[in-house]
Design a protein around this ligand. Structure first.
Ligand code: GLA
Length: 730
């Protein structure tokens, strides 16, 4: 059991293989946080807590003669408001009587086997072989009768702890939630922390940024209605000394696809608090008596082995405990060719078949018909929402088209952007009230499109029916699910004025309902997520799709940074990566090496390639399939940092048993007559001998890891290398 209760010390300890997390029912039944970090065995960490009379930090009423207990200076599991803690809060509530107070004290707890699930939101699950346990601690405010349930999932072997939150209004008046954070983590000694986050923009998602914590609240978040290109719902807190390979780090990954917020506050006493959850901006949620609100899950992991150690924990966990699609591990992902950069919206059935035929010679398994096949859609000004086949383009009809592709021995995939509507569409003409726009105001257009009000059940039902009908009409193997704008003009015609502050969140709940009803009912279809590239690349989306399009930027040199940043939390087997015409000056081989860091495919007009180029592509597709087991199930190492000035970017995949490895190197900069570069690999068995590229050369793991492999510098810029390392029998 990963959860230990000690009735004497009133502590509850969560143990994973290498980490411990402890809380205590402390003074006056306040739930105090004692520890998170490397395993502490059975130590009662209460001794860490010192209590002083701190000026301007008030004391709860019951302890007024004792001036040394103040929530302002105590580490807590769930920070509250109006109780003398002036740091950032986990909850902001307006009670039925109009007051803003929440005084949550421990009212009980329950430990059970297995992992809790949420009713309205996706979350991670335990597999049969996992040891997983659940702790639920209930906090209660005796005046308002509002209960907060803190949910903890402990995955012992995986070294992961999850947290989520529920608010139950057991009072007799409606309350309004203005802020509800899913996790709150206090560090007593927080002066030495750095915060790592993944900021970006369209075309340059998840770049890596690191900052020292100073005495204010640092915020990372999104108010775009989706988790966004600009920030990712993942942050790391680490020691200032932490590097790629060494040092302590804590990861926080939020399973939510809408507005999110992470706040990190270094307080007056150098204590550090992190809270993470739904972004409170433009969020007000009414809870009537008897109603419950669920906050999304945060997946937390701790490693003492630097960013690599932390990434490995997330990669392993997200590969096995996040998505139930059979394509996660049972079925090999197809090598696909996508029509977007080949033809944009200018295609018909004949052109698609020509592309498929040419792609067949490249070893491609699947043709994806991207945007432009439905309604009236010759450019991006019209058609969204009309999910029926445009028979002026697909003259033979969808079923016949798919049959013809299948006859070539290829599979077929299709693109949707379910959440959007064009003003120039039959759907908008029939249901203008389904699009989000505030009455009396004209809403912001983005790519000349509007967002559907996904909080409405009738909208959800329409999408479920329309899309399921298409998926059931023909033999569809793959779906790309896109969303191409940030949300604004948040309004639902179905909700009263007083509930408009719920729309952002209800949109996401509606989206998850639609995804449940389409994706989970089509277990044989491979779904890939997309949002103008990687604008909603988050774990909640990866609960549904085993892969996500990293970026619309397919330039392989830019992709080095994109893959590097994305890999901090997301396994490379989730990263949609294709070879395209982008980067004419970059060799086809380098494009392939970079795309093999992800799901591998093509995004170009195959009919424009020469026979010789197609033969090269065929060898690349075969190579991807040959190394698939290393790339999709192995450990991934970032060997160099493309954000630092260096001459090459290198990364490596190593099978779990260390018997095989694939080392990839791209030369990004060649200084004239410069020094020799050596790439030192990682993760091998030091005493074992490894054969390089099935050739004569055999070196020990120790040599390869300590001295490295020299990279030939008599080459041109943007050359790449792939080294296959095979452990030799003893
Ligand atoms: C987004 C996607 C692209 C493509 C277009 C189609 O930008 O990221 O890959 O599907 O939409 O409109």
């Amino acid at each position: 059991m990963g959860i230990i209760e000690n009735k004497k010390s009133k502590t509850l300890t969560l143990h994973t293989k290498h980490s411990s997390y402890q809380m205590k029912i402390g003074n006056l039944d306040y739930l105090l946080h004692l520890y998170y970090g490397p395993s502490i065995c059975d130590t009662d960490m209460s001794y860490q807590i010192m209590q002083y009379d701190r000026g301007f930090s008030g004391n709860p009423y019951e302890s007024r003669d004792v001036r040394t207990f103040s929530l302002d200076a105590q580490p807590q599991e769930f920070s509250t408001q109006q109780q003398g803690d002036f740091r950032t809060t986990s909850i902001e509530i307006v009670n039925g009587d109009g007051s803003y107070s929440y005084n949550g004290k421990t009212a009980g707890y329950k430990i059970s086997k297995g992992k809790y699930q949420l009713e309205t939101l996706p979350c991670v699950f335990a597999n049969k072989q996992d040891t997983a346990d659940t702790l639920i601690v209930t906090l209660s405010d005796v005046v308002s009768n509002v209960q907060v349930e803190l949910l903890y999932g402990v995955f012992e072997e995986a070294d992961v702890i999850t947290r989520a939150v529920k608010v139950v209004n057991k009072g007799d008046k409606p309350i309004h939630l203005k802020k509800i954070m899913s996790t709150c983590l206090d560090f007593l000694n927080g002066a030495n922390f750095d915060l790592v986050s993944l900021p970006g923009r369209y075309g340059q998602e998840r770049q890596v940024e690191r900052q020292h914590m100073t005495h204010h609240i640092h915020t990372i978040g999104s108010v775009r209605g989706s988790s966004s290109h600009q920030q990712n719902p993942f942050v790391v807190l680490c020691d200032r000394e932490t590097t790629e390979d060494y040092g302590k780090c804590y990861g926080f990954s939020l399973m939510y696809s809408g507005n999110f917020l992470a706040e990190v506050e270094l307080d007056q006493y150098d204590q550090l608090r992190l809270v993470m959850g739904i972004n409170p901006k433009q969020f007000v949620y009414e809870l009537k008596p008897g109603e419950t609100f669920e906050g999304p899950e945060v997946v937390m992991a701790f490693s003492e082995h630097g960013f690599t150690g932390l990434s490995h924990l997330y990669h392993d966990f997200y590969r096995t405990n996040l998505c139930k699609s059979k394509f996660v591990s049972d079925v090999m992902r197809p090598v696909l060719i996508n029509s977007w950069e080949a033809a944009f919206m200018d295609f018909d059935d004949v052109k698609l078949i020509k592309i498929a035929r040419a792609a067949k010679d490249m070893g491609v398994d699947l043709l994806v018909m991207d945007d432009g096949w439905f309604g009236k859609r010759d450019d991006d000004n019209s058609g969204l929402g009309d999910w029926f086949v445009n028979e002026e383009k697909i003259r033979c009809g969808l079923r016949k088209l798919v049959e013809q592709i299948n006859d070539l021995g290829m599979k077929f995939g299709i693109w949707f952007e379910p959440e959007m509507v064009s003003e120039d569409s039959d759907l908008y003409r029939a249901h203008p009230d389904w699009a989000m726009e505030i009455p009396g105001r004209r809403g912001v257009r983005s790519r000349n499109q509007m967002a559907l009000d996904m909080s409405r059940k009738d909208v959800q039902d329409y999408l479920i029916k329309q899309i399921n009908d298409i998926l059931d009409e023909a033999n569809i193997y793959y779906v790309k699910w896109d969303i191409n704008r940030s949300l604004s003009d948040i309004w639902s015609n179905k909700l009263p004025e007083t509930k408009q502050g719920e729309v952002y969140h209800r949109y996401i709940l509606g989206l998850y309902r639609v995804m449940d009803a389409i994706i989970l009912t089509h277990p044989d279809i491979l779904f890939e997520g997309c949002s103008g590239g990687g604008g909603r690349y988050d774990p909640a989306m990866l609960h549904y799709y085993p892969q996500y399009w990293v970026s619309d930027n397919t330039n392989p040199i830019d992709r080095l940074k994109l893959h590097y940043g994305t890999s901090f939390v997301y396994p490379t087997c989730t990263m949609g990566a294709h070879i395209s015409d982008n980067g004419k000056y970059i060799p086809l081989e380098t494009k392939a090496v970079v795309a093999m860091c992800g799901t591998f495919g093509y995004e170009l007009d195959a009919t424009h390639l020469t026979d010789e180029e197609r033969a090269i592509c065929k060898e690349q597709s075969d190579r991807f399939r040959k190394y698939y087991h290393i790339l999709f199930t192995g450990d991934y190492y970032r060997l160099t940092n493309p954000f630092e000035s260096g001459n090459m970017t290198a990364w490596q995949h190593v099978t779990k048993d260390k018997s095989e490895s694939l080392l990839s190197v791209v030369v990004t900069n060649l200084t004239c007559n410069g020094p020799q570069e050596y790439i030192r690999v990682k993760g091998l068995e030091p005493e074992a001998m490894y054969r390089i590229n099935d050739g004569e050369a055999v070196y020990s793991g120790a040599a390869l890891m300590n001295a490295g492999l020299p990279i030939n510098r008599e080459i041109s810029e943007y050359t790449s290398f792939q080294f296959y390392l095979a452990r030799q029998k003893r």
